[in-house]
Design a binder for this molecule. Structure first.
Ligand SMILES: [Zn+2]
Length: 56
């Protein structure tokens, strides 16, 4: 078997799949969908740590 293992970029917006080396990246290093222009970003800071004090 002689194939190169290439990671694929999959757009969550339009479902486009492209080999990662063919996908453009913005200055922050996020892959940008060449089809719809959507950026793949890590989940926003929506994860709230369990450090919220609860006053009884
Ligand atoms: Zn897309």
């Amino acid at each position: 078997m002689s194939f190169e293992w290439v990671s694929y970029f999959t757009c969550e917006e339009c479902g486009l799949e492209r080999p990662s080396p063919e996908v453009p990246y913005d200055r922050l290093g996020y892959a940008v969908c060449p089809s719809c222009g959507a950026e793949t970003r890590p989940a926003a800071s929506a994860t709230v740590d369990a450090s919220t004090p609860v006053d009884g």
